[in-house]
Design a binder for this molecule. Structure first.
Ligand code: SF4
Length: 243
C-alpha cells in the first residue's frame, strides 16, 4: 500500500469528533477540490505491506477488547480502539485496503473510512463506519458522488457536506431531502469550508462560510442535520499537518 502517514490524534470531524484515534492516511486522490487541505497526499508516500501497516497501528494504540463490544453497542468505542482510514482517496487502493480493514476489524478495532464516494463502496465491510464526503458545487468536484453508493449506506454511516456558500448549502439541503438521507445514515453533517490558506488564529475567522450563518440556515429550514466544525483546526493552528 502507498501510505503518507500513520499517526495518533483526535478524531476531528464526525460524530466521533474528540475521541483519540489512529489515522492511516493513504496516498493519491482522483479529485482536485479547490479548497483541499491534503494536497501533500496527491503524490509520493511510502510503500508498506499489510503486515507493516497493521503492526504500526497496533504499536501506536492496541485495540482493547475487554468491554469494547458493550461500549460499541452504546456508540462509544474504548480508548485506543478507533482507527480512521483516510487520504487522499483511500478507495483507490481498494484491493489492499479491504483485507487491511478485515484484519483490523478482526483485532477489535472500530474503523472509520473517510471517502468522497466517487469509487464503489459495496465491498467495504459492513462493520466499517463510512464517512462519505459528498462534493458540493463550490468544491469544483460537484457531481462526482456515485449515486449507486446510496445502496451501500447503512445506519452505521455518516454523510458529510463541506459548504463554501449558500449555493453549496442549498445543494446539500436538497440532496439530503431528495434522497431521504436521515433515514439512510446515522448522521448528516453540514460543515463550513476552512480557508485554504488560514491564518494562525484558532477560531471561526478561518471558515469561508460563517458557522453562525450556517446554523441559522439549518434552523430556518428545520433540517435534522448536525453542524460540524473541524475541531482539530480549533485545537491546533489550522495549517498544522499530522493532527
Ligand atoms: S477528495 Fe479529499 S483529498 Fe481529494 S482533492 Fe478533495 S479534499 Fe483533497
Amino acid at each position: 500500500m502507498h501510505i503518507i502517514e500513520i499517526y495518533r490524534s483526535l478524531q476531528g470531524e464526525s460524530s466521533f469528533a474528540g475521541i483519540p484515534c489512529t489515522f492511516v492516511r493513504l496516498a493519491a486522490c482522483n479529485l482536485r477540490c479547490v479548497w483541499c487541505d491534503s494536497e501533500y497526499t496527491f503524490t509520493g508516500g511510502t510503500k508498506m505491506t499489510l503486515d507493516e501497516v497493521e503492526q504500526e497501528v497496533i504499536r501506536l494504540a492496541p485495540a482493547r477488547r475487554d468491554g469494547n463490544q458493550n461500549r460499541l453497542e452504546l456508540g462509544t468505542p474504548a480508548p485506543g480502539a478507533l482507527v480512521e482510514i483516510t487520504g487522499g482517496e483511500p478507495m483507490l487502493q481498494e484491493r489492499e485496503l479491504i483485507p487491511l480493514m478485515q484484519r483490523l476489524l478482526a483485532r477489535g478495532y472500530t474503523l472509520l473510512l473517510e471517502t468522497s464516494g466517487e469509487r464503489p463502496l459495496q465491498n467495504v465491510p459492513q462493520e466499517v463506519h463510512k464517512i462519505v464526503d459528498v462534493k458540493c458545487p463550490g468544491s469544483g468536484e460537484g457531481g462526482t458522488f456515485r449515486l449507486g453508493n446510496l445502496e451501500a449506506l447503512t445506519l452505521r454511516d455518516e454523510m458529510k457536506f463541506v459548504l463554501g456558500d449558500r449555493t453549496d448549502y442549498e445543494f446539500a439541503r436538497d440532496f439530503t431531502r431528495e434522497h431521504g438521507l436521515q433515514g439512510k445514515v446515522n448522521t448528516v453533517i453540514f460543515s463550513p469550508v476552512f480557508l485554504k490558506n488560514p491564518t494562525a488564529q484558532r477560531d471561526s475567522s478561518n471558515c469561508q462560510l460563517d458557522p453562525r450563518m450556517l446554523a441559522e440556515w439549518i434552523l430556518e429550514d428545520k433540517l435534522d442535520v448536525r453542524l460540524g466544525l473541524q475541531i482539530h483546526k480549533f485545537i491546533w493552528e489550522p495549517a498544522t499537518k499530522g493532527v
